[in-house]
Design a binder for this molecule. Sequence first.
Ligand SMILES: Nc1ncnc2c1ncn2[C@@H]1O[C@H](COP(=O)(O)OP(=O)(O)OP(=O)(O)O)[C@@H](O)[C@H]1O
Ligand SMILES: [Mg+2]
Length: 743
Amino acid sequence: MDDYIKGLNDPQREAVLHKDGPIMIIAGAGSGKTRVLTNRIAHLIGTGVPAYNILALTFTNKAAGEMRLRIEKIIGDKAKDIWMGTFHSVFAKILRFEADKIGYTSSFSIYDTDDSKSLIRSIVKERNLDDKVYKANVVLNRISGAKNRLISYREYLNNPIYAEDDRAYRRPEIGRIYKIYQERAIKSNAMDFDDLLFNTNILFRDHPAALQKYQQKFKYLLIDEFQDTNLSQYLIVRRLAAAHHNICVVGDDAQSIYAFRGADIQNILNFEKDYPTLQTIRLEQNYRSTKTIVKAANSLIAKNKAQLQKDVWTSNEDGNLIRLFKAMSDNEEGKMVAQSIFEEKMQHQLGNNDFAILYRTNAQSRSIEEALRKANIKYKIIGGLSFYQRREIKDLISYLRYTVNHKDEEALKRIINLPKRGIGNTTLQKVLATAYESELPLWEVISNIRKYVTGRATTAIAGFAELIKKFEDASTKLDAFETASLVAKESGLLKDLYEDKTIEGLSRYENVQELLNAIKEFVDNPDNQEKDLSAFLQEVSLATSADEAEDDGEEKVTLMTIHAAKGLEFQQVYVVGLEEELFPSQMALSSRNELEEERRLFYVAITRAEKKLTLSFATSRYQYGRIKNCEPSRFLKEIDPRFLEQGQGKTNAANHVNTSFVKNLRPQRSAPAQNFTHKPSPNFKPSDTRNLQAGMKVEHLKFGLGMVKAVKAHNNDRKAVIAFEKAGEKTLLLSFAKLKIHE
Ligand SMILES: Nc1ncnc2c1ncn2[C@@H]1O[C@H](COP(=O)(O)OP(=O)(O)OP(=O)(O)O)[C@@H](O)[C@H]1O
Ligand SMILES: [Mg+2]
């Protein structure tokens, strides 16, 4: 039997070996769902299914990349041909091939959220609507919600239900805005993120031959994190699977956290109805976390009414009780977490990579970052501003987008006067109005500006059109890298940045260079079959910061929202800001459904931890420039108190909370023995360890007496392997370890 099958438990093995027909794996966190999916793909290929017949849909592109690497390890190079990625990236690729069938060209632009909001703001302004009522993100959410349920603007305008709803919220114009938004996007040869899925549905609905082609191609479908698919996504895979029914979905209803974006647990329940021959497999053994963490998570999620019955258990050790930190302020919370990470690293010889700090909202990262910086702990933020959203990067990308797609209105708005060439907003509005009113393509107006518009700026616009023509011409002759370099130079963008000698200017200049490097890499990568500029642009439009590779290879603590942490695992996890109105979020307090979603979110947070979990809250916090008093989160009271550590902490007693604020405390179980604690001799003073050698006898502040077995170089530091009499063998970094050398 192959190794990757041997290591599995019975139900996992059954899921991996299952070949044809629909299969659903519904299982708790850390029970090996993703692992099953990975091994199943390896097994399919091992039994002769060609890799290009497999389509695997994951939650991030990074997750897809990691899965591919793991499969490669098992089956080698063949893994390259598997289609793997997020719904958006996979179907964007297919739409590029099929664009002409749905009224687009293959060089269509992908509008990111900023582009979408900018378009909405223009429409709201043109229609003289109040932009405080018609806030761009509110309108976009509404449009997005409709698209994810496959409601077109026509249907939206025709069905009185939506109009009534919008009137009730005093935003009766949303249907009209939706219509104009959509018409403009189509005219711009652009799709927003939701359109990628919406249009795939249209393609498969209206073009049976295209659908059939992809049904033939993707003989096996696999979907991770199925609980977070929305209707639009579900219908795509249902259509694709209709010919062969070889569909495998894995998910956990208790981790459904995207209802606000239209994800629907109902998909799990409907799945059984849609596929009567469905085989359902449950996995209940958790391999990720300690008993304490698994049981604590179970005790929390039991408070939700809407859930499928599951009994998650683990044979892992009991592990540490869950710690609770109480801070007086958000800044103090940051300090406690940083201090604790510092201590944990020293005591257990962990690297920064072993830690994650999770929060409910991005804004919470500020105080944590500050504390980590002060403590000299390196960190990275996932889900912050992505590289591709930086101003200078979007500027060059917009030039490139406009070079391949002259209809792209949002790109045009961004670059027409960048660097400044004397084309003011009034002129731009005139140009746009001319194109709308005479129903001409935007490029027609721009490239023949003197025919349509008079005024001083026409010379500048004519110059701009010349520039774009030159770029377009280059793009047909040169590769993506050469074209982009030419654009960066001749547009004047690079020169502008080069002349800015401030530190920010310098780093922007470097970022643009970095973008050019990325394009070069893309061109040189033998795995990329398509190397033109549109292919590159499509890839970057869908990159999120969660996908970005680590730049410098240095170990860092990960900071991110809980939403971004889905599917990941870390040895130690800190969940911060456990306060009423923050977590659960204030917006969720009024409805049970939303409160249950928040609770699932907390369940996701807890279950990321392998060995140790720390929860924290502050009694006051800065919010919108004011100090706000905070109550501890109700979720803290919902975890069975047997799994929470008590106040009389060992290290850093001041940090620990006496959990007596938790109502209805039950008798406490004593903490399982975990860390061996040594009482140092009264005159303990760390020695200079520069001359430490194997064979020396030492005393450690915490681990007690021991014998050095080896000393090795480690990066810029040295590490020592020491056999302690009571604490066992440990490897310690000498710059941290407090050791006294016994002569
Ligand atoms: N049979 C097994 N033996 C040993 N380790 C396993 C086994 N199955 C899974 N694991 C390990 O357990 C951890 C959790 O697995 P995995 O990430 O696949 O779980 P999951 O169900 O996808 O979790 P989540 O719900 O958080 O996405 C991983 O480190 C994985 O390698
Ligand atoms: Mg998973």
